[in-house]
Ligand binder design. Structure first.
Ligand code: PLP
Length: 441
């Protein structure tokens, strides 16, 4: 769908936001109490400069800051806002249940209902276990894979992000970390994404020691990288050939790219799948699942330990059930695709017209505006991304009411709550932002 916007105005015509004075004051104060002023480093403005924005409300496609400014949001809370912020049915379901008791520490019917909904939506999942974050889901799936196979090495893609547990943070490319024992790091081996030959070589080299290949089907932390045709299928076959498990990290793609996630979109089946983000409709959540044969290795019926005081708590389950109900309407995925296509086709016209060195990788509603002259297919390619120019672009947009992730490499998200008019307005600001960073500096 082509945007109706013709982008004929000048930069001066665009209204700028009121300065975020209160946010600046609080950003300075919070840094004295919370390291870097954030409870997750992704949220920091370290890469783009300036101070973080404090928000006090999120509704549909919009964020509202404490200085009274409104933003068209493409952060999507780093993924959960598939339907936009605060879907009414999710909020109502959580409110109703919290009054009955936010945590029991024992089974309840909403867990059963939620597990039924997940296993119906994803054919590769016969049994599921619910946790509280994507990190927990991946950490637990990795342990289960090791316990099930009796092998230790995890193979993953360089530059992939799978949360912050030791095994998967070990030398994962651009996010280095202290505090990880060498013994743990040495059990993680990296290959280039989209390169079946390097995976074959790696599996041959470590032939009897690989427990699992762990991949994001569409990596979202080095731009957005679509898997090359046949790649995921090729990985599946190599895992079978070398007798190791295939773990798909669908924390970001799950329930976003389709109800059955990337596995539905690309017609591939993982042995274990990890979820988080969008599954809870905004509530803190994680889940991992797979065949009964593998999942039965978890305690209390198997020997692989995994647990959680708040796992499967009634409020999250209520939010999750409501979210999956909403997502089961096919129109959701049509809307996501149509809004994201509208946004990117209108920006692409401008990029082509001016020959800006910008790439627009997109899979469904997962998008990235990548400041690089060449398409990014893996971590090595992502090193060419111009983060300084992105920082200028980011602030141009922020001051005019479009909120992107404060990162030149992380995926942005379109939601089903973005209207055609929201997208048109965003296109106007984004295209002027491109003109600003390329033509005027
Ligand atoms: N896996 C992927 C693909 C992610 O994008 C993330 C978070 O960004 C995680 C795992 C970790 O999830 P969480 O932040 O909920 O721990």
């Amino acid at each position: 769908m082509q945007s109706k916007n013709t982008n004929t105005g000048t930069l001066k015509e665009l209204r700028k936001h009121a300065p975020a004075v209160k946010s600046r004051e609080l950003a300075e104060e919070i840094e004295k109490l919370i390291p870097g002023g954030v409870n997750s480093p992704f949220r920091s403005f370290e890469e783009v400069g300036g101070h973080t924005i404090f928000f006090d409300r999120a509704d549909g496609a919009y964020l509202f800051d404490i200085d009274g400014n409104k933003y068209i949001d493409f952060l999507g809370a780093w993924g959960p806002a598939i339907l936009g912020h605060s879907p009414k049915a999710v909020v109502e379901a959580c409110k109703k249940v919290i009054e009955l008791g936010p945590v029991f520490g024992s089974p309840h019917t909403l867990e059963l209902e939620f597990a039924r909904k997940i296993t119906r939506a994803v054919p590769s999942i016969e049994m599921v276990r619910l946790v509280n974050s994507g990190t927990e889901a991946v950490m637990s799936a990795v342990r289960l894979a090791r316990g099930f196979t009796g092998k230790e090495i995890i193979v993953m893609a360089e530059g992939g992000y799978h949360g912050h547990s030791d095994s998967v943070l070990a030398s994962n490319g651009h996010r280095t970390s202290g505090g990880i024992p060498n013994a743990t790091a040495s059990n993680t081996v990296l290959v280039a994404f989209n390169d079946l030959e390097s995976l074959r070589d790696c599996l041959s080299k470590h032939s009897n020691s690989v427990a699992a290949v762990l991949l994001e089907p569409v990596p979202g932390s080095m731009g957005v990288i679509p898997p090359a045709p046949g790649y995921l299928d090729g990985v599946r076959k190599l895992c079978d050939e070398f007798n190791c498990l295939f773990i798909l990290d669908e924390v970001l793609t799950g329930f976003r790219l389709a109800l059955g996630g990337a596995q539905e979109l690309y017609g591939v089946k993982a042995d274990l799948t990890c979820y988080g983000k969008g599954l809870g409709g905004g509530m803190p959540i994680g889940a991992f699942g797979g065949s009964e044969k593998i999942m039965r290795h978890l305690q209390p019926i198997g020997d692989v330990y995994q647990a959680g005081t708040f796992s499967g708590n009634p409020v999250t389950m209520a939010g999750g059930c409501a979210m999956l109900e909403l997502l089961s309407a096919p129109a959701v995925y049509e809307t996501l695709e149509s809004r994201a296509a509208q946004l990117f086709s209108a920006i692409q016209v401008e990029i082509d017209r001016h020959e800006y060195p910008v790439q627009l990788p997109r899979v469904g509603s997962m998008i990235a505006i990548v400041f690089s002259s060449k398409p990014v297919r893996n971590f090595q390619d992502s090193k060419a991304i111009d983060s300084k120019r992105f920082a200028k672009f980011f602030h141009f947009l922020l001051e005019r009411g479009v909120y992107l992730p404060p990162s030149s490499v992380d995926a942005a998200c379109v939601s089903a709550a973005h209207s055609v008019d929201d997208i048109d307005e965003a296109v106007d600001i984004i295209n002027r932002g491109l003109s600003f960073v390329f033509d005027r500096t």
